[in-house]
Write a new protein. Structure first.
Length: 437
């Protein structure tokens, strides 16, 4: 082991970082490692906090160790604050309570103990335009934002945060208010919790206030439209269907679905950015990673794609890529487009034997799946290639010497098995050669 000056913190940090990198970015099962024991012993000797050193390097010590966070880990406000700041730096928006809970194991009760989301936002000086809809109103939840955008794009007039009750309840406000032409008024509440939700003291208190508010609507005979949170536990398309089923009979208008781009959280990744992040997990440039390839840290990307596009196949089709279920993707058009890309790059089409013997699919992503695709769509590679060459002749695309050699060998049955080449194949090759010459 290389000797270092343990009084030099930068040298210690470099030593620790080198060890973590050499251990595949983890400290799991490092307890019996001699070098790790050496680092720990000297850190203790020179009064270094190993957790603080990991933090200085940009690591979470507990994640490196593969352990659950200790009880009261986020009791220290500075720890929670740094976690949120790191999230904003990485994703570009202020995290929601559910994201803190799912991604960082931050109990919602901890957020409340530190003053709530709004207090934390003010404390760190966050000024992002979270959930501001196209009317300029800043919504308190994504649920409200979705409803607002849905109404805006259906040209439905409404008012926000009106006061439906007389004294002494005049300070209570509804989320939306509609006025019919006959003067009839409806108030709409988007509820964040149901009684079946188990989320600790926060949800219990919310549901108690919700019940009291509903009682007031009933007591004063005020028209109430309730939208429960399970409406939003669907794809954007299904969310709009449910909203339409609830609101259309009351508003007496046929509400139409709007593109999901208008409903997504404005501070979350745009569709193209979401696709780019997901494709970082892909093994090539045209196949989406399977669900099993996502980890607990990025599984939210997979679910977000499903929520926006309805299913993974629609997401793939939108971006011209394939899912792992490739047989649903390959058709004549896609095979021919791939062959064209190969020909443009290599100036000829390597035979299926060349592709497999030389393992070209490991050298260039263009060759991944193409041999099997030609067999699926055209019965064999020969017929797929002949179709490609006929298209080249028809569209005036130049064919090179290797293309001519392939067609000549095919016609003369040179290097081709006779049982794999039909007379029709030979006739097609001959006609292409005639047109070339």
């Amino acid at each position: 082991m290389n000797k270092i000056d343990w009084t030099d913190k930068n040298a210690v940090l470099q030593k620790l970082n080198n060890y973590i990198k050499s251990n595949n970015d983890t400290l799991v099962d490092s307890g019996s490692n001699q070098e790790w024991r050496h680092i720990l012993d000297y850190c203790n000797k020179f009064n270094y906090d190993i957790k603080k050193l990991c933090s200085d390097l940009g690591y979470d010590y507990w994640k490196l160790k593969g352990k659950k966070l200790p009880i009261n880990y986020y009791k220290d406000y500075s720890v929670l604050k740094n976690t949120i700041l790191n999230f904003i730096k990485e994703y570009g928006y202020f995290t929601q309570i559910s994201e803190l809970k799912n991604n960082y194991n931050v109990p919602p009760t901890v957020i409340q103990k530190h003053g709530g989301i709004e207090k934390i936002k003010n404390d760190i000086g966050y000024v992002g335009n979270d959930l501001v809809d196209e009317s300029g109103f800043r919504n308190r939840s994504h649920y409200e934002y979705i409803v607002a955008q849905f109404l805006i794009h259906n040209n439905i007039p409404y008012k926000r945060e009106q006061h439906p009750f007389p004294k002494p309840y005049q300070n209570l406000r509804s989320d939306f208010m509609f006025e019919e032409s006959n003067g009839n008024v409806w108030h709409l509440e988007v509820w964040g919790y149901r009684e079946s939700d188990v989320d600790g003291k926060r949800s219990q208190e919310y549901c108690k206030n919700k019940e009291q508010k509903i009682d007031l609507y009933n007591r004063y005979g005020i028209n109430l439209i309730s939208i429960e949170n399970n409406v939003f536990e669907n794809t954007f398309n299904d969310i709009q269907k449910k909203l339409s089923n609830i609101l259309s009979p009351i508003l007496k208008i046929n509400l139409k679905p709007v593109p999901h781009e208008f409903l997504i959280n404005p501070n979350k990744l745009a569709d193209d950015d979401l696709f780019a992040e997901i494709m970082k997990l892909s093994q090539d440039d045209f196949t989406l990673p399977s669900e099993s390839e996502f980890t607990s840290d990025n599984k939210n990307l997979f679910y977000e794609a499903l929520r926006r596009f309805g299913n993974y196949t629609n997401f793939a089709k939108h971006y011209g890529v394939v899912t792992n279920n490739k047989h649903k993707y390959w058709n004549e058009e896609n095979v021919q487009n791939r062959l064209l890309s190969i020909h443009e790059k290599y100036k000829y089409l390597p035979t299926s034997i060349e592709i497999r013997n030389n393992k070209l699919s490991k050298q260039d992503k263009l060759f991944i799946g193409i041999v099997d695709a030609t067999k699926t769509v055209y019965k064999n590679t020969i017929k797929a290639y002949l179709t490609f060459y006929e298209s080249c002749v028809k569209n005036g695309r130049n064919l090179g010497a290797k293309d001519v050699e392939y067609l000549t060998n095919l016609y003369n049955l040179k290097y081709f098995r006779k049982d794999k080449v039909s007379q029709d194949d030979r006739d097609r090759a001959y006609n292409i050669l005639l047109k070339i010459n």
